[in-house]
Design a protein around this ligand. Structure first.
Ligand SMILES: NC(=O)c1ccc[n+]([C@@H]2O[C@H](COP(=O)([O-])OP(=O)(O)OC[C@H]3O[C@@H](n4cnc5c(N)ncnc54)[C@H](OP(=O)(O)O)[C@@H]3O)[C@@H](O)[C@H]2O)c1
Length: 357
């Protein structure tokens, strides 16, 4: 099978490297920026790749929504399978891209978009084929977890933790997508759509870690608690709610002990009970590993489980997410997260959520 890779940065380059050890898949073209064309297989012309009838599968390893979304649409329309690590573009065009894949009888796979190398989507789909999944939640952003970990364990200020994350290459020069919760928002939308088997609302409560202070963490530690940035989604019958928020957890919980830039995801099925997956949510090799696993699924004709139809019509009901809401210095018991977090934004005070006991 011939493939084309769009984007030759950390992920694209590592996918190419890992494919070197795989029989039956060869990289025909790589889309690279003009001025960085150092190899004969590189081209700056996306059309050369997207309209080549020899290419059966496109790997999207580009950053941001555009032009990645348009390239994926074109590839699917031309009857090519698409494997993407780009959560921003996948989330942006979630419905349209799935419908195009279905119309053209091709696969759209994106394991690497949520949790890097951790096989979250694979397991959600496998378990969701039998179970009714009623909850998905997790620490889905390594940069923010690294910063919170360093603030908690090494006593760093928010600013020092951000500088440290940037020095280690975990945070970009513009860290907004990581610290604002936007990256987690894309991931929890993708994961809950798959877990609940229906398209979900994208305009959801989103609170990042910008307002979390070392003092707040010191206070929580004295109560054997910690705070983590999490994506959370719940479903009851055909109603669901989801959000991105700092969550206060017991210091004995697995979540509180997820170190540095690691990720953890939990989901709950009616038969299997609670399942937790832990691992490296980013990095060249882990992410490329997830991309290559998806490519192999297509190459071996084993991608059918991804062809979701999203036939369930679900109703967004933010009132399902309620618990103890910390709005500045006040604690609102059994409050609706969406309402309490909106109040915190209006009052420009920190917000954190705690599940009802
Ligand atoms: N890195 C990870 O650990 C990880 C984990 C999970 C998911 N992802 C996702 O995977 C995608 C790729 O991430 P990455 O870390 O590999 O990013 P990256 O290192 O910044 O690589 C992206 C590459 O795409 C190139 N590029 C950008 N626009 C292009 C265009 N229009 N045409 C051709 N090339 C273009 C960039 O070139 P220039 O630098 O010259 O612009 C860069 O070489 C992103 O969507 C990211 O969110 C990454």
């Amino acid at each position: 099978m011939n493939i084309g890779i769009l984007g030759y940065g950390t992920v694209g380059r590592n996918v190419h490297k890992l494919l070197g050890a795989v029989d039956g898949v060869s990289v025909k073209y790589v889309l690279e920026q003009r001025g960085k064309l150092t190899e004969s297989f590189m081209t700056p012309d996306p059309e050369l790749i997207l309209s080549d009838p020899d290419i059966e599968l496109i790997v999207d390893a580009l950053p941001g929504i555009h032009p990645s979304y348009e390239y994926m649409k074109e590839a699917l329309s031309h009857g090519k399978h698409v494997v993407s690590s780009n959560k921003a573009a996948i989330c942006f065009g979630f419905t349209e891209l799935h419908e195009l894949a279905k119309e053209n009888h091709v696969s759209l796979l994106y394991e690497a978009s949520c949790g890097g190398g951790i096989p979250i989507i694979e397991e959600i789909l496998r378990i969701g084929a039998l179970d009714d999944i009623s909850r998905v939640s997790g620490i889905l952003n390594g940069t923010s977890n690294y910063m919170l970990w360093q603030m908690d364990k090494a006593g760093m200020s928010y600013e020092d933790a951000l500088r440290d994350a940037q020095r280690l290459g975990y945070a970009e020069a513009d860290p907004t997508a990581d610290v604002s919760g936007f990256d987690v928002k894309n991931k929890i939308i993708i994961l809950s759509s798959l877990a609940f088997d229906g398209y979900v609302e994208k305009d959801i409560p989103m609170i990042g870690i910008e307002a979390i202070t070392k003092e707040m963490m010191d206070g929580l530690r004295a109560q054997q608690k910690a705070v983590k940035l999490m994506g959370i989604a719940v479903k009851e019958g055909d109603r669901y709610a989801l959000a991105v928020t700092p969550v206060i957890v017991s210091s004995l919980s697995l979540e509180a002990n997820v170190p540095l830039n690691f990720n953890i995801v939990s989901f709950e099925g009616n038969y299997v009970g609670e399942v937790k997956l832990y691992g490296q949510g980013a990095g060249g090799d882990p992410t490329a590993d997830a991309v290559v696993r998806d490519i192999l699924k297509v190459a071996r004709g084993d991608a059918a489980c991804y062809e979701r139809h999203f036939t369930k019509t679900l109703a967004y009901d933010p009132s399902l997410l309620r618990g103890r809401c910390h709005v500045g210095d006040r604690v609102l018991e059994d409050a609706v997260l969406a309402e309490a977090s909106a109040q915190a934004i209006r009052e420009q005070v920190p917000f954190a959520f705690e599940f009802n006991a």
